[in-house]
Write a new protein. Structure first.
Length: 228
């Protein structure tokens, strides 16, 4: 059986369309017609969740907030909302991608494949990297400061891991967004800047080590064990 995808949408037509298409691509598909049902279906241990935002019983953002601490799989939001702040909110809540309705199933399929490829690459990354006070455990997708685990969201960790695997190189916000998003598209520099700000804040709770340096007018660079 292939990877398992949970499709959550209150529009039955969309659920059936995605179920048929994804099953033809070799995936196992679970479905839910609303947010509350989605919470029940999480026990099915999905490898990815396609989650509509606008649902009457419980919106997708609330569902994401409730399950993100319990599941580590990619969450791709489906929504007709197109405002930048809506997209930022969804991604900062723990979502990994944002697909705007109406969309083509071929585009959605490409994004699903890209996220699964990224997951596979992550599992084959070298085990541990020591950077001053910090220890990055790539296989466990975790970062420690001494014995303290630093709780990063999925996307925050992906940004930190990507930069740490390319020390000294400077990457634009757009390039970082493309790499951690797993799909070649226009980057959203506002989202990357906010994620970096949060990463720095969480690390600063335990150490004065500066691991990500801003290169003004260009982007960000991994500095490793530099002190502020």
């Amino acid at each position: 059986m292939g990877q398992r995808i949970l499709v959550v949408d209150d529009e039955e037509g969309i659920v059936l369309l995605l179920k048929d298409y994804l099953e033809l691509q070799g995936y196992e598909v679970l479905t839910a017609g609303g947010g509350r049902e989605a919470l029940e279906k999480i026990s099915g241990d999905p490898d990815m969740i396609l989650l509509d935002i606008n649902m009457p019983d419980m919106d997708g953002l609330s569902v994401c907030a409730k399950i993100r601490e319990k599941v580590g799989c990619p969450i791709l939001f489906l929504s007709a909302r197109v405002e930048e702040q809506d997209r930022i909110t969804g991604l900062m809540m723990g979502g990994d991608d944002y697909i705007t309705k109406p969309f083509s199933v071929e585009e959605l399929g490409a994004r699903v494949m890209a996220h699964f490829r990224r997951e596979a690459r992550g599992r084959h990354t070298g085990p541990v990297k020591k950077e001053g006070d910090l220890t990055i455990c790539y296989q466990e997708r975790s970062i420690l400061c001494g014995s303290h685990r630093i709780d990063l969201t999925r996307t925050e960790y992906d940004i930190l891991a990507f930069l740490s695997l390319h020390p000294g190189q400077v990457f634009s916000k757009e390039r970082i967004y493309e790499k951690v998003r797993g799909y070649d598209a226009d980057g959203d520099s506002t989202i990357v800047a906010e994620h970096v700000r949060r990463i720095r804040g969480k690390i600063a709770e335990y150490t004065d080590q500066e691991v990500i340096r801003t290169v003004w007018g260009v982007g960000y660079q991994w500095t490793g064990s530099m002190r502020r």
